[in-house]
Design a protein around this ligand. Structure first.
Ligand code: GLN
Length: 555
């Protein structure tokens, strides 16, 4: 059985609990241990696939598709999970399984279906013990199925949230059921710096630990997030009030390179401390290859400006894997990608504003759904075509790029039926198997699929092989009949699925680097192994920068 580390959060959400959990996972990996990660999301959605990214950030897509069976005879497809799994994959270089994302939706669904089937006959079905039992069962299921040395469970939200309380109770019971030395609890809080008094404030942390204690949970470690590193006096104060030794109070200040956090933890002795608590005897940590990666990210580099036009531009997290994939590729080329979001509704209000994209070295047209902002995105793609700006379209972005191409070739009313159901030229339409589906949860074409790349294409130049595997999340596709019309007239179909039914990538002919991919290459990008599609896109952007230094792309 694995050792269990639970990670809770206090004071505020969004302070980097996911990154902290992943960085702790890395500490065990440094010591040669197998690590797996669970994330608990206390919302009632069964998975985040039905959430707008503005609500909860990006939806992460796994390689594997999981048939979630809350009860015999009921199955739901899950491959869309919380964005923290992207962080886990990037830190641990490991494909995560969708069953590792436990939501309240799943937990309650299972409990209620069991109740209807009569599994609890005669009993009053309650949060304690029925819901908490189901939570513990799910955690132990992951332990059994993936049998890691250490299983880290991050509890979403903050202590004190009503929704999170059954999970804290489940953790309390779990720790009681396991022998001493089997579990550890890490609490991540915010330690703000108050400018007016020039001091770090520990009071929010004290309160948050009190809330945790009132749930019967004594933390073993406190990780203090904040703008600034902890001072010795703040550390001692937190130690005293939270009943943990000073060496278990860990400073985790803001850093431009999040991959450096495991090294920062290592310096403070967190790896050894957790191993002591968990009675793990391991080899000495091997840090050198991770240190090398971090050094590459820390180098000062020349900027390349990338525009990201899209519809979820209000929050940074809606495209987090794309931002990371661009960063990984930039680091590999020794440049720094500067990414700016462009809200395409602005272009819709005033089409002349589309010129703003000319100043960038590259344009990445983002994934998305629905009508709002789509017309503006098409206009941007047309501009990229005409101004020969390096361009990468991802999923929706690739579909809209194809629409832009068709319009430029004379099909002026070309559209996707997702954007305009009555278009006379439905050049992007539902996948045939999607026509009979009306439910929205977990029903898209999901997970990783094999892709056949055309030799001689720009995409082949990137991958340098014919067969690759990437992840998908779509209902619509580029209609082959229309794409074939333009083959040899400016367009190349550069990848298909293995059944040759679904266009997986298109690109313009000639030396203008303009590629649209139906899949999401960002999900397989790792800090030390950037995705080749992103690398080639950035290389093209860098070329534009170098050749147009006198005007044109001035950004
Ligand atoms: N809305 C489009 C589709 O369903 C694109 C989805 C996406 O960008 N992930 O096909």
């Amino acid at each position: 059985m694995p050792k269990y580390v639970f990670v809770t959060g206090g004071v505020l959400s969004g302070i980097g609990k996911g990154t902290t959990a992943a960085a702790i996972g890395k500490l065990f990996q440094f010591r040669g241990l197998e690590v797996d990660m669970i994330k608990i999301d206390p919302y009632l959605n069964v998975d985040p696939g039905t959430l707008n990214p503005i609500e909860h950030g990006e939806v992460f897509v796994t390689d594997k598709v999981w048939k979630f069976t809350p009860y015999k005879g009921f199955t739901f497809t899950i491959a869309e999970i919380d964005q923290d799994f992207g962080t886990y994959e990037r830190f641990l270089d490991k494909n995560m399984h969708p069953r590792n994302n436990i939501t309240s939706g799943q937990v309650y669904l299972s409990t209620l279906l069991q109740e209807r089937a009569g599994e609890f006959l005669g009993e009053t079905v309650q949060i304690i013990p029925h819901v908490t039992d189901e939570i513990k069962r799910r955690i132990r299921m992951v332990a059994e199925e993936s049998s890691p040395d250490v299983l880290i469970t991050e509890i979403g939200g903050t202590v004190g949230d009503i929704e999170a309380s059954p999970y804290l109770e489940a953790v309390r019971q779990f720790r009681l059921e396991e022998d001493p030395g089997q579990t550890a609890l890490v609490h991540v809080t915010l330690v703000p710096y108050l400018e007016t008094v020039g001091q770090l404030k520990t009071k929010p942390t004290q309160h948050s630990v009190k809330t945790l204690l009132s749930a019967g949970l004594q933390p073993d470690v406190i990780v203090a997030r904040g703008k600034r590193p902890l001072t010795e006096s703040a550390r001692r104060k937190i130690s005293l009030y939270s009943n943990v030794p000073p060496k278990a109070v860990i400073s985790n200040p803001d850093t431009p390179v999040t991959y450096s956090i495991p090294l920062l933890f290592e310096k403070q002795g967190l790896g050894d401390y957790l191993c002591d608590i968990l009675r793990l005897r391991t080899r000495r940590p091997k840090l050198s290859s991770w240190e090398k990666t971090v050094q590459l990210f820390e180098r000062k580099k020349e900027p390349v400006w990338i525009a990201m036009p899209g519809k979820y531009t209000q929050i940074l997290d809606s495209y987090v894997s794309i931002n990371k994939a661009i960063e990984h590729a930039a680091v590999a080329l020794g440049v720094e990608a500067k990414i700016e979001f462009v809200d395409t509704e602005i272009v819709e209000e005033d089409p002349s504003r589309v010129e703003i994209v000319d100043k960038y070295h590259g344009i990445l047209l983002t994934p998305g759904f629905g009508t709002r902002g789509a017309e503006g995105m098409i206009k941007v793609a047309q501009r990229a075509l005409n101004s020969r700006i390096p361009f990468l379209g991802i999923c929706f972005g690739a579909q809209l790029f194809f629409i832009a191409f068709c319009r430029e070739k004379g099909l002026e009313e070309a559209n996707s039926t997702e954007v305009d159901a009555d278009t006379p030229h439905p050049v992007v339409d539902l996948l045939p198997e999607q026509r009979k589906i009306s439910e929205k949860g977990g029903t898209m074409r999901l997970g990783a699929h094999e892709i056949v790349v055309k030799r001689g294409s720009k995409l082949f130049d990137a991958y340098k092989k014919e067969r690759v595997r990437e992840r998908f999340r779509h209902r619509y596709h580029i209609i082959p009949k229309y794409a074939r019309r333009f083959e040899g007239r400016g367009l190349t179909i550069s990848a298909m699925d293995v059944s040759e039914r679904i266009i997986n990538a298109i690109e313009v002919e000639g030396d203008h680097w303009m590629v649209g991919v139906q899949f999401h290459p960002e999900f397989t990008s790792r800090p030390n192994r950037p995705n080749p599609v992103y690398v080639e896109f950035l290389r093209a952007a860098l070329r534009r920068k170098r050749t147009s230094s006198s005007g044109g792309a001035s950004r």
